[in-house]
Design a protein around this ligand. Structure first.
Ligand SMILES: [Zn+2]
Length: 476
């Protein structure tokens, strides 16, 4: 880069070859003028000054970044970014323009051919973190991923421009976020693979003096999808009901000794792993297993799976966490008791309440066996074949099937959770995000979006965007 001092162009734009200190000095003069106007203006508050100073500084920031990018490009060795092979048939000065945090940047870089990969390569692009096909700097890639995983695309476009000045049309933003989501998905796959092969140490490096339990909670919820939108009538004419609801499988895991309280007495879990996937039960099983390993399953004194009564969940637990104890979520058990009550009392809400209360207490403080025995005695007194007796028998079967999983008294004595509150709050948060109007993606898009969300929630965002600093997990 030449540092020759050339007159600035009369329109007040600085020219390419001007030295940064000159641009900076001119900017300071501008700041001072703006400040004088601001001080004199009766209708401006600090917000006006903040906005103007930022806008005026933009060109200096853009140029500083562009020059830095060019210097790095110039110094990048002519090796293949894929295989490190020295490139042949090299030529220089291939210009590329891309969008950055501070506006469009143009750099010139070298190109060469890799005889091993049989491809033309631009080593500088890889060194700068530019993708082959998309024209965005790493900071803009991160912005797109973050805003789209937090809000509907239409809003994201406006919010992004308002807060950062970066203008990405809706379709472009959507495409870039998906691209980042797919990258997240691939990185997740690699991380999970390394974890399950024992190549990565568990997340908790501190010495564990006290033995701890690992709690794993599993659930699933529905999201609506737009794959059949506009085809509803056509499908119905063929006698098919368009399928629009699809399962998202979720899990969370945490160490019992990472449970605590805020200053205000609210229960919190300081470090917790999250999984959410559209890749079915198989996807959940593998991802949750890897997440639990990362959170210290391998070093745990024991593990505990808490969930509702869905068959697939216990199958998954038997399969992937065979050593773990299993517990039926207390509130699900209570719902089944209440179903017995409704069969007996019908519309008599007071009667139902009076009947249910002591049973719930017994279930919590005494034993499930005792509760089930009372229900069986009750059933024996009902006229056989009556609809109420059928309903009661069904609920007794359910409770008997899970008798072993209703060790609530022992759980409470050991200070273990009896309900799956944490996973349900995970679901609520994600559902809230997914169920907002206009936010239904395709299955592929959903998985990409979920991957991004999980990198964020699991404090692994910096693995995806290395320029961002790792966050403090205790602040979650
Ligand atoms: Zn190569």
């Amino acid at each position: 880069m030449s540092t020759a001092l050339i007159d600035s162009c009369p329109c007040n734009h600085s020219t390419e070859s001007e030295a940064l200190p000159i641009i900076a000095a001119r900017l300071v003069v501008k700041f001072e003028a703006t400040t004088r106007e601001f001080v004199a203006a009766s209708d401006q508050n600090l917000g006006h000054l903040e906005t103007q100073i930022q806008q005026q500084a933009q060109e200096l920031l853009r140029q500083a970044t562009e020059r830095g990018a060019q210097q790095k490009a110039d110094q990048t060795p002519p090796r293949c970014p894929g295989c490190q092979q020295e490139l042949t048939r090299r030529s220089a000065d291939h210009a590329r323009t891309f969008e950055s945090r501070f506006g469009p940047l143009t750099i010139k870089r070298a190109r060469g051919y890799c005889r091993r990969c049989h491809q033309w390569r631009f080593p500088a692009d890889a060194a700068l973190g530019l993708e082959e096909t998309a024209g965005y700097s790493p900071a803009v890639q991160e912005m797109a991923a973050l805003v789209v995983s937090k809000m509907p695309v239409g809003e994201a476009t406006a919010v992004l421009e308002r807060l950062t000045g970066v203008k990405l049309p809706r379709a472009t933003l959507d495409r870039e976020a998906r691209r980042q989501g797919q990258r997240a998905q691939e990185l997740r796959r690699q991380l999970d693979q390394k974890t399950t092969q024992g190549l990565v140490p568990a997340l908790q490096p501190e010495l564990t003096l006290e033995p701890y339990q690992m709690v794993i909670q599993i659930d699933a919820w529905n999201i609506r999808e737009r794959d059949d939108w506009g085809r509803t009538q056509a499908l119905r004419r063929k006698g098919k009901e368009p399928e629009r609801w699809h399962w998202v499988y979720t899990g969370t895991c945490f160490r019992l000794d990472h449970r605590g309280q805020t200053a205000g007495g609210r229960p919190v879990i300081t470090q917790r792993g999250f999984v959410a996937t559209r890749q079915g039960i198989d996807g959940l099983r593998e991802q949750l297993h890897a997440e639990a390993l990362r959170r210290g399953l391998g070093q745990a004194a024991g593990a505990l799976v808490i969930a509702d009564g869905a068959v697939w969940i216990w199958r998954l637990a038997d399969d992937r966490f065979p050593e773990a104890r299993q517990r039926l979520d207390f509130y699900h058990a209570v719902q089944h008791l209440a179903a017995v009550g409704r069969a007996l009392y019908g519309e008599d809400k007071e009667g139902l309440k009076k009947w249910l209360k002591p049973l719930v207490k017994q279930l919590k403080n005494e034993s499930a066996v005792k509760v089930v025995r009372q229900l069986e005695e009750l059933l024996a007194e009902l006229p056989s074949g009556a609809p109420s007796s059928e309903a009661v028998a069904k609920e007794i079967n359910y409770l008997k099937e899970h008798e072993e999983r209703m060790d609530y008294r022992a759980a409470r004595r050991r200070g273990e959770p009896i309900g799956s509150g944490p996973i349900e709050s995970t679901c609520r948060q994600s559902q809230c995000r997914f169920k907002r109007t206009g936010q239904y993606w395709s299955p592929v898009g959903d998985e990409a979006l979920l991957s991004l969300e999980m990198f964020w929630r699991n404090d692994r965002w910096h693995l995806l965007f290395p320029h961002s600093r790792p966050s403090d997990p205790s602040k979650n």
